[in-house]
Design a protein around this ligand. Sequence first.
Ligand code: NAG
Ligand code: NAG
Ligand code: NAG
Ligand code: NAG
Ligand code: NAG
Ligand code: NAG
Length: 417
Amino acid sequence: MAAYSYSLTLIFFCFLFRLFLISNAVVPANETFRYVNQGDLSFGNDYLTFVSEYAPTYRPLPPFTFPFQLCFYNTTPNAYTLGLRMGTLRSQSVMRWVWDANRGKPGVVGFAILSDGNIVLRDSNGNFVWQSFDYPTDTLLIGQSLRVRGGPYKLVSRESATNNVDGVYSFVIEPKRLALYYKNNMRYWSSTFPELNRDNVTIVNATLVVQETEYEENNFNALRCNLQNGQSFEFPTLDLGQVQYNSSLSYLRLGIDGNLRLYTYRANVRGNAVWTLLYTLFDKREDEGGMIFEDECQLPNRCGNFGLCEDSQCVGCPTPNGVFAWSKDCNTKSPGCNATGFKYYQLKGVDHFTVKYTAGTGPVKQSECESKCTKDCKCMGYFYHTDNSRCWIAYELKTLTRVGNSTSLAYIKIPVT
Ligand SMILES: *[C@@H]1O[C@H](CO)[C@@H](O)[C@H](O)[C@H]1NC(C)=O
Ligand SMILES: *[C@@H]1O[C@H](CO)[C@@H](O)[C@H](O)[C@H]1NC(C)=O
Ligand SMILES: *[C@@H]1O[C@H](CO)[C@@H](O)[C@H](O)[C@H]1NC(C)=O
Ligand SMILES: *[C@@H]1O[C@H](CO)[C@@H](O)[C@H](O)[C@H]1NC(C)=O
Ligand SMILES: *[C@@H]1O[C@H](CO)[C@@H](O)[C@H](O)[C@H]1NC(C)=O
Ligand SMILES: *[C@@H]1O[C@H](CO)[C@@H](O)[C@H](O)[C@H]1NC(C)=O
């Protein structure tokens, strides 16, 4: 299934755009698209007149973009595949099947966009043969899950508003936590759920739900984790903002900037519906109502390629000659791979964005930490805590947080010439 999942998502989205605004988390019932593969094949169908590859019987579906048409086709009776046909009715040449949604798993009779926004292919028993909920991109809808076994394992940010390819951030489900990564291996946030402190207790899935809390009668959006070997009443959650109205039209998105936000769709006084930003993980706000907030300084790119951050603001541009005013052009020069071609300069009271949520190595001596960085020409600098002798190697510097603690030291490489 995985092999064609991305193509299927792509193709569906191409025509979804033509049918309704894609930004709706849940498609209004009157604008959903549903196609059931049943009834008289000879009516309104062209397979008797026009030849197509493999000589199947088929039913064209409404989505059509010249010269492509989505069809159910079968080459053995009652074993339908959702396929993409290429060719034109007028041409005498044989039409080709250029893509299949469910190769090897035929039986598909229906295609539907459900009211929760899930796009499904159903077999004759009503079971889902394929569903878009299993292939999220950067967004989870209410009822949609990440799963530790079998996936989907993560959301991946989009690169930019104009470039819809995988970006550098991912939101990942792991047996013991939910975590945010920059470039797959640099963790800049993770959940801390006390329910998971016991050895054999692990997360099974994390599902976006509208959940009433024990204490409040209002609806509450939460990313709720279901556990294996946990107690039946234990559901560790990320609380994502309280609302006074039915908020099942909501979605959680990993943004282009690596931030996690919950948006909800609500009717306003004029009867229009508007998107409201309900929750932002990395936010200037103080903690409130049990919700988790992080300083924006934890976002790897908050202050660009190299900048000093304090209380969610970019406050400086470190150089060997002192800290200058921040600008988005602040950067370091590449140290190169010659071990005698660079030196280090020290910054006091700063941490790398990975320090807060990764253990680093240690205890080690500072000289060992330095020599590790020196021998590794991809290392741009290292971070060292003198109070517990822990060491972090940085392959990208990005945003450094000012922590006001003299036990946190940074050593940045610069070329000597
Ligand atoms: C669906 O219903 C909404 C609200 O009743 C209406 O504004 C919209 O035009 C309808 N869409 C279609 C495709 O009929
Ligand atoms: C999990 O650990 C608890 C306490 O250590 C134990 O009672 C239980 O049997 C374990 N469950 C499994 C499935 O290993
Ligand atoms: C999540 O896990 C729970 C507990 O194993 C299970 O009952 C539930 O069906 C799962 N939900 C999804 C959407 O996979
Ligand atoms: C919230 O809206 C959903 C979808 O429209 C509906 O199924 C659900 O019953 C509503 N819940 C409440 C509490 O009104
Ligand atoms: C390394 O840098 C030193 C000092 O700049 C220089 O003398 C030496 O030739 C360089 N070695 C190489 C292999 O480039
Ligand atoms: C500095 O770090 C030490 C050791 O981790 C800690 O006890 C102390 O509270 C920190 N000081 C500040 C100002 O954060």
